[in-house]
Design a protein around this ligand. Structure first.
Ligand code: GLY
Length: 355
């Protein structure tokens, strides 16, 4: 296969082993990349109504050229599609076209598509293989790696899902350099999170907009955490910094505050609350807020009610036995897990949302 000579390959070693390939122009070589991993078979492309018009033709042609028999399922774009109804509709469509366990799902899109397609892949016929092509920065840095796949329930975000690792991830940075600003910011929030939990040296590169470095460094941070703790029982939870408050904010706003915007607010609130309740000696919230504002984020927290945020945070998947693992900054670039009682969580949220 004739890839870009600058192609990077990261191998993720979990219960299964798979490659993340990063190369400019990789989208056009989807078929040949899949041929290296899968024997000729049927491939069902799952994508949303926005991405369909942008990229699916290139992908379908490339699959046909490489001898695959592709089909396509398109669902309406947006977080509101990430639910049990869309999930069930996709499963029924796969069954109607008699996709078998030797066939492959190909998720083409952002976080919503990859979450939905991964959950479908992990449950259709008790699990079939899937490959991923992220088309948003957030999906490239986060969702496409590590096999967490879920849909939202009425009670909260990502409450029904599976751990199901992909068999291949194809990241084409050309798709990510022309994203609309708001979409790009969702990815930047994940990059700032990676920097805050494990590498402050990444922050100046984010500020400079060094996309290539950002993608590779974040992928490598996420790969290490996923390999250390595939099922998110401990270390992988560091990737949830800002997400306890962030998910509540997303839900309270009926998802009009996007995931990245909500995580940005969540990181500020959680680090400020941790400092004010004595869980850390260092308050990184000011530095984080300044950086996030300079990158274009709305960092205001005042419109969110602490009691409502706390109530929704009770659905957090890091809660077990009446305690929650919270991600507490030691300093910018290092976070650790602390087990808090629910009343300590409530105090942290209340203190974190106060001006
Ligand atoms: N998005 C956080 C994780 O994959 O663990």
């Amino acid at each position: 296969m004739c890839y870009d000579c600058n192609m990077k390959r990261y191998t993720v070693t979990t219960t299964s082993k798979y490659d993340i390939l990063i190369a400019s122009g990789l989208l056009r070589q989807t078929g040949s990349a899949l041929r290296e991993v899968f024997a000729p078979c049927r491939v069902c492309l799952i994508t949303d109504s926005k991405v369909n018009g942008l990229y699916s033709q290139v992908v379908m042609s490339s699959l046909i050229e490489s001898g695959f028999q592709p089909s396509k399922i398109v669902f309406p774009a947006g977080e509101h599609s990430k639910n049990l109804t869309t999930y069930a509709n996709i499963l029924e469509a796969l069954a109607e076209e008699c996709l078998t366990r030797s066939d492959v799902i190909l998720a083409l899109g952002g976080g919503v598509t990859i979450d939905l397609a991964g959950f479908v892949a992990g449950t259709y016929m008790r699990g079939i293989r899937y490959a991923v092509i992220p088309t948003s920065l957030q999906a490239a840095l986060d969702t496409s790696i590590g096999g967490k796949a879920a849909v939202n329930l009425r009670s909260g975000k990502n409450l029904a899902g599976v751990f199901w690792q992909p068999s291949l991830v194809l990241c084409d940075p050309d798709l990510l350099s022309t994203l609309p600003a708001a979409n790009r910011l969702d990815g930047i929030a994940e990059a700032v999170k990676c920097a805050a939990i494990s590498d402050a040296g990444l922050l100046p590169r984010i500020a400079r907009g060094d996309l290539e470095y950002m993608i590779e460094r974040c992928i490598s941070i996420k790969k290490s955490l996923v390999e250390a703790d595939e099922r998110a029982n401990n270390l992988r939870q560091l990737l949830n910094f800002g997400h306890t408050v962030g998910h509540s904010i997303e839900k309270l706003s009926s998802y009009s505050v996007t995931h990245g915007q909500a995580v940005a607010k969540g990181m500020i609130a959680e680090s400020r609350g941790a400092y004010r309740t004595g869980l850390t000696n260092t308050d990184i919230s000011g530095e984080l807020a300044d950086l996030l504002e300079s990158l274009g984020f709305d960092t205001r927290l005042s419109s969110f009610d602490a009691e409502e945020v706390y109530h929704l945070a009770l659905m957090d998947k890091k809660i077990a036995g009446g305690k929650i693992n919270m991600i507490i900054p030691e300093f910018l670039g290092k976070c650790t897990l602390h087990k808090l009682s629910l009343s300590e969580l409530e105090s942290l949220i209340t203190a974190g949302l106060r001006d």
